[in-house]
Design a protein around this ligand. Structure first.
Ligand code: HEC
Ligand code: HEC
Length: 474
């Protein structure tokens, strides 16, 4: 990456000339605004239920939508007290980590379960941000052994006839069933889609009750995975998920996380009512502001470059912002195809989509629906400075590399401390010549490729740097 610093010096010299020649017209050319871009498909909106965002936030942070967990004293023995209370929660939740929730099970047991923020919350520059994907979550190691240890601890302390065991057992059973199917090759690679696919294979599609017998004929070997999109872009999207597969009613789609420990469809009905409010809250979350210095002159110049090269797919920002909601064909974006292929293949995800679309989640109005799309959504870029690594598979650690594909590394290893890279915009990392350990991102693995999205390659260095400066302001 050292080459980069040389370029910056040289390109600053040219800036004056560029600024002068770009002064004319800040509005987007009509042609770009209205033209449909070849190889893209407009995703129409589906109607959503109205909810109460404040209520939704309370449910998200304090509610019992997971339904099963470990006894609170055992949680505390393992994790200790977490006194920071980043989410300003009250009661027992004031002393536990943001990505866990304490609640009282129907049978009276006091338990703690993981919540949505396990994957959808993160610290950035010391601040906890709800909705920022967790790039430290580790699915490279099977949790089977850990679950077995916890089983023994709870059995010894409370016995198998206890309320505590009853409150814990669904979690143990589901975790054990999925743990060997969801292993990824690098920390941060998130197999959420795969998790729901495997869980569905264990559940009756109408009653949602757990079957020990798998209902799909097979579970494919390849573990589908993605990065985690930030929640603050959801409000602009018509079709959530990187592949734009999220159709129909969103509360039905995103409550699917509850299939980890859900008892039956009756319980699902209650969670569905709560999730209407959770979805309303998610649509109020705003992107965090770039906290470091910004060069305003470069931003002006970068805005022109963005409008000419990027806005047609990613929309416009600031006053009168617009977002075109486009799904882009693989032949155009040319990024790693595996996640898109998994949607339509005879893969676990493909089977999950069929299961979902004829299950409790889709049987009643308003129905959830997963669409068999092909390609990837051109994401809204609000707060893009904060959500590295980039692309649907998180294969590109900085915006600089995203916009100059020849600089992308075959192997890169995240630094132990997540140090923000203000120059290249994203995360610092070490270049490697091969796979060292689970912190190495190895782009030669199936699904982990970092090619494609070459739309920044044709820019000269000065334009690219100005464009990156502009992206910091979104
Ligand atoms: C195991 C990690 C994990 C958990 C737990 C999890 N999610 Fe997600 N979530 C993901 C990943 C990964 C994606 C992206 C999947 C894709 O695009 O294919 C995602 C996508 C989403 C999206 C779509 C965002 C967008 O812009 O397209 C929403 C909304 C969402 N999750 C809500 C939730 C809610 C609400 C919960 C808790 C009930 C939850 N998630 C629990 C990992 C998780
Ligand atoms: C033809 C449409 C198209 C054009 C033009 C385009 N992009 Fe994209 N962009 C996409 C698609 C599709 C993705 C998602 C690809 C994936 O995840 O595999 C994407 C992804 C991105 C991402 C990563 C988003 C994330 O959440 O990880 C950034 C940043 C980005 N584009 C910036 C730009 C910039 C800057 C330009 C202009 C130089 C540009 N794009 C031009 C379609 C486009």
């Amino acid at each position: 990456m050292h080459k980069r610093f040389l370029f910056v010096g040289v390109s600053i010299l040219f800036l004056g000339v560029f600024l002068y020649s770009c002064e004319s017209d800040l509005t987007m050319p009509e042609a770009l605004e209205t033209a449909s871009i070849a190889g893209t498909t407009f995703m129409p909106a589906s109607p959503q239920r109205e909810g109460d965002p404040e209520k939704g936030k309370d449910i998200l942070l304090n509610g019992n939508y997971i339904g099963s967990g470990i006894p609170i004293e055992i949680y505390k023995a393992v994790y200790g007290d977490h006194t920071e209370n980043a989410l300003n929660r009250s009661g027992e939740n004031a002393n536990i980590a943001p990505d866990f929730t304490a609640f009282t099970h129907q049978n009276g047991a006091h338990v703690v379960s993981a919540n949505c923020l396990q994957c959808h919350g993160s610290y950035l520059n010391g601040e906890y941000i709800i909705g920022l994907g967790n790039i430290n979550i580790d699915f490279t190691v099977s949790q089977n052994a850990t679950v077995k240890v916890v089983d023994v601890i709870i059995e010894n302390k409370h016995g198998k006839d206890s309320a505590e065991w009853e409150a814990y057992e669904p979690f143990s059973k589901a975790s054990t069933a999925i743990s060997n199917w969801i292993l990824t090759k690098t920390v941060g690679a998130n197999p959420a889609d795969r998790i729901f696919g495997v869980l569905a294979a264990y559940r009756d599609k109408n009653t949602l009750e757990w079957n020990d017998q798998l209902s799909f004929n097979e579970i494919s070997d390849y573990t589908e995975f993605t990065d985690v999109p930030p929640w603050w872009v959801l409000k602009k999207k018509h079709a959530p998920l990187y592949t734009g597969t999220g159709g129909g009613d969103w509360a039905k789609l995103f409550m699917a996380a509850s299939t980890l420990t859900l008892k039956n469809s009756e319980e699902a009905n209650a969670i569905d009512e709560d999730f209407v409010h959770v979805m309303a809250y998610l649509k109020t979350i705003e992107a965090p502001k770039y906290p470091y210095q910004i060069n305003e002159e470069l931003v002006q110049m970068g805005q022109h470059i963005f409008k000419a090269n990027c806005a047609g797919c990613h929309g416009t920002y600031g006053e009168n912002e617009s977002y075109p909601n486009l799904l882009v064909d693989l032949s155009v974006v040319d990024t790693d195809p595996e996640q898109s292929k998994a949607v339509t293949n005879e893969s676990t995800q493909g089977r999950f989509i069929e299961w979902f679309n004829s299950s409790w989640f889709a049987n009643d109005e308003p129905a959830g629906e997963l669409l068999k799309t092909s390609g990837y959504i051109a994401q809204p870029l609000d707060g893009i400075w904060a959500s590295a690594p980039y692309l649907h598979n998180g294969s590109v650690p900085t915006l600089y590399e995203l916009l100059k594909s020849s600089e992308r590394q075959t192997y890169w290893r995240r630094t132990a401390e997540h140090v923000y890279d203000e120059v290249n915009v994203g995360w610092t990392y070490n270049e490697e010549t091969g796979y060292t350990d689970r912190f190495t991102y190895d782009t030669t693995q199936k699904g982990y490729g970092n090619g494609g999205h070459t739309f920044g390659d044709g820019l000269n260095e000065a334009d690219r740097i100005a464009l990156i400066e502009y992206l910091k302001t979104l």
